[in-house]
Design a protein around this ligand. Structure first.
Ligand code: GKE
Length: 336
């Protein structure tokens, strides 16, 4: 018997990549859902059943979960620091998506539920220095997450746990640490640092400009996870017997300045940096501790940051140099 898989947020970055894994697999029937009009989906597959609808509405979640075995929920209103710092209420409204999907999963007797959480759930006090120890899963408590977006993710993690405890729904939850790669947003306001800085250096080189804008002083640190590693980690956790929350991130902690140096090498073009201290900066330092997932699931990333940035840079360059549908990766205002 074929299993029916629902990917929510399939028109977005991670959801699109996850859907692409199942699209040609004869063991699965693929259902995709996203709030964006279909022409704006980052990837769309003809052999899937595709729904463009608002998953904040209960009747819509009931409709798309009908006869579904497995649900992957990537649907949320999100973006990089420039978006989440200025759209806290919009980010928190995504709680309706997760809540209604969970209710519908029970109503329609779905078998397993995956929720994509974020490193933004971690306690701010642990992220005050530039280079920090990797964040362990237990560092989310006592709770002091990123305002707006982080609170929604933490609350929704708990909602999954309680649906599992109270209603017997099998759930899987991972915390993504700044996922990047081809087919991701690179302009328009929702883009995260890797894509934004690739775009800025590509445009500087193309237009012979000597300087780019950088948010903050460039000494803030992050770890960034390449999309293929993210998808593998997601499936490994989903297929495992563990219902604990796991980090899916990289332990390669770099400052934004160090990442810019890598992109300059890839581009073979050097730029001066105009540090914009009034722009959204987020936490001072953040990185993943992967000991729990390595020990229990056996997953770790395969791509170094340089390898992932090389592929990402090439893809963004191709889009800027005349790839099709640039708008869909750039428009910041189509998800309300
Ligand atoms: N977006 C962006 N664009 N960030 C820049 C830029 C730029 O041009 N220049 C420097 N930065 C700096 C930001 O100020 C921030 O300090 C750092 O890069 C990373 O920004 P980001 O990639 O936008 O997002 P964060 O890592 O701060 O936060 C993201 O974390 C993820 C989980 O780890 C969130 O926005 C979520 O997308 C996500 O949950």
């Amino acid at each position: 018997m074929k299993k029916k898989i629902l990917v929510c947020g399939a028109g977005g970055f991670i959801g699109g990549h996850l859907a692409s894994i199942f699209k040609d697999d004869k063991n699965y029937e693929l259902v995709c859902a996203d709030i964006k009009p279909k022409e704006y989906w980052f990837q769309i597959f003809d052999n899937a059943k595709n729904f463009s609808l608002d998953l904040k509405e209960y009747e819509n979640t009931l409709k798309v979960t009908k006869d579904v075995d497995y649900i992957f929920n990537f649907a949320c209103n999100m973006g990089g620091m420039g978006f989440i710092e200025n759209n806290k209420a919009e980010c928190m409204l995504s709680v309706l998506v997760n809540t209604n999907l969970l209710r519908s999963a029970i109503e329609n007797s779905c078998k397993k539920y995956f929720f994509s959480s974020s490193a933004c759930v971690y306690n701010a006090l642990k992220q005050k220095q530039t280079f920090v120890s990797g964040l362990k899963e237990t560092d989310a408590y006592p709770a002091d997450p990123e305002d707006g977006y982080g609170w929604e993710k933490l609350f929704s993690e708990r909602m999954c746990r309680h649906f599992s405890e109270d209603f017997g729904l099998e759930t899987r939850v991972v915390r993504y640490h700044n996922i990047y790669g081809p087919q991701g947003t690179f302009d328009g306001g929702r883009e995260k640092a890797p894509a934004a800085l690739c775009r800025k250096i590509i445009l500087a080189k193309k237009n012979n400009l000597k300087q780019i804008d950088v948010w903050g002083d460039g000494e803030q640190t992050r770890s960034f996870l390449y999309i293929d590693d993210c998808i593998k980690g997601t499936l490994d956790v989903f297929n495992s017997g563990f219902s604990d929350v796991f980090n899916v991130g990289s332990e390669e902690q770099v400052s934004i300045n160090q990442m810019i140096e890598m992109i300059e090498e890839i581009a073979d073009y050097k730029v001066k940096r105009n540090y914009q201290l009034d722009k959204p900066k987020g936490v001072r330092g953040r990185s993943s501790d992967n000991s729990l997932i390595e020990k229990n699931i056996g997953w770790k990333p395969n791509h170094s940051l340089k390898e992932g940035l090389t592929k990402t840079y090439k893809w963004i360059n191709d889009q800027i140099e005349g790839g099709t549908n640039i708008d869909k990766f750039s428009k910041s205002n189509i998800v309300k």
